[in-house]
Design a protein around this ligand. Structure first.
Ligand SMILES: [Zn+2]
Length: 238
């Protein structure tokens, strides 16, 4: 088999996976109207596949997704890419181990983002996926908003992750905006977007029941995170 053929088939597989992931965002109620987008990357070729801008989820097909290089140059498409593409590209360049990014305006996570509150780790459901809070970015200044807003959104996320491992905290709230999630591939990124919405909902209700609740102790958080993701992970089937 020629490399050309296998390259083509892996890009077809990427298109199929990104299409399925975007439809999944919609089906799970994480993205209403045309809000939200998911992308995946072929690291070997440096090519990103993302949802086209403004196309309803019911009209998405693998063929109408947009493929670009890491600088945002369109490789194949008649449609414009999602306007959030520059944010995705900044994340792919900075976080070398991620293979997919998902952005939603899911209700509870977006409420936390609008309230400028990171989501504290209040229980083991959260600790199973995040080794700490779901962080929040700092406010962007006027110049960052006026020009290159989407790329600057990505840069604000990357700055927030200085000293943090993006695979141990696979998502973020962009203040006044909404969550971005990522993972090893696009399906994992969408799964993480759903998990962030779940922990945002749980944290909201937990604080309603007890406004004085505190984050769980480090030892309990680390136990839960590491039994699923640490070097000696033992959760689930091997
Ligand atoms: Zn958005």
């Amino acid at each position: 088999m020629s490399t050309k053929k296998s390259g083509k088939s892996s890009l077809t597989a990427l298109r199929n996976a990104v299409c399925r992931a975007n439809i999944e965002l919609y089906k799970r109620g994480l993205a209403h109207f045309t809000f939200g987008n998911a992308s995946g990357i072929d690291r070997e070729r440096g090519l990103v596949v993302i949802k086209p801008s403004g196309v309803p989820y019911s009209k998405l097909t693998p063929a109408n997704l947009v493929m670009t290089d890491l600088d945002g140059n369109i490789v194949s498409s008649k449609l414009k890419p999602s306007s959030d593409l520059p944010t995705h590209l900044v994340l792919y360049k900075a976080f070398k181990d991620i293979g997919g990014v998902a952005h939603t305006h899911s209700q509870y996570a977006t409420a936390w983002a609008q309230a400028w509150r990171e989501i504290p780790c209040l229980g083991t459901t959260h600790a199973d996926y995040f080794d700490g809070s779901v962080p929040i970015t700092r406010a962007m200044d006027r110049a960052e908003i006026v020009a290159d807003y989407e790329a600057n959104t990505g840069k604000a996320i990357v700055r927030r992750f200085e000293g943090l491992d993006p695979l141990k905290r696979p998502g973020v709230l962009v203040g006044a905006h909404a969550p971005f999630a990522w993972g090893r591939d696009v399906a994992a990124a969408v799964e993480m977007a759903a998990i962030i919405e779940e922990v945002a909902t749980l944290a909201h209700h937990t604080i309603a029941v007890n406004p004085n609740v505190q984050p769980i102790p480090d030892v309990l958080r680390e136990k839960h995170f590491n039994r699923k993701h640490g070097p000696g992970a033992y959760y689930g089937q091997r």
